[in-house]
Design a protein around this ligand. Sequence first.
Ligand SMILES: Cc1cc2nc3c(=O)[nH]c(=O)nc-3n(C[C@H](O)[C@H](O)[C@H](O)COP(=O)(O)O)c2cc1C
Length: 159
Amino acid sequence: MTKIVILYDSNTGNTQKMAEFIADGARSISGVDVTLKKVGEPFSLSALLLDVDAVILGSPAHYAFATPAMRDFLSCIQGQVVDGNFEVKGKLGAVFGSYGWDGAKSVERFALEMQNIGFKMYSSVLAKATLLPIPQLKQKTLEECRAFGKNIAEQISKK
Ligand SMILES: Cc1cc2nc3c(=O)[nH]c(=O)nc-3n(C[C@H](O)[C@H](O)[C@H](O)COP(=O)(O)O)c2cc1C
């Protein structure tokens, strides 16, 4: 069984919707187990990371970066690596997020943070703008999210 963990932060539901479609796409590949969690819910981090093959993190852009909750969460993962509880080598990392206006860079910056911890990063990030003044993601965008999840699941299943 291939294990994917998707963790996201979301205040108004856009990034959550992206996460749900990514999870749906990943689950379409047989033999892939997907766990979807929101940062801030209580769960055991060590149990979550046990035998994981890919970690996918999603955040809205807040002041040109990932949210403080998501940044803290990445620090928690780093803590697990430093303590020797989580072997990051060979694990795939991927990042997605939504933004309102100029926040695409924030998603790329967060991917770099993840790479610095030691994840082998997926070839691209998925950064999607919400449409102001009514911030909603288009159906086409959600289908791209589904494809993103499916492609990641396919890649790690082939290992
Ligand atoms: C406090 C705050 C700061 C934000 N800062 C940015 C920003 O720097 N750049 C940007 O493009 N969008 C910014 N946004 C817009 C959000 O990234 C955007 O609405 C996003 O889709 C919200 O995701 P969510 O529905 O998952 O919470 C900000 C929103 C909030 C509430």
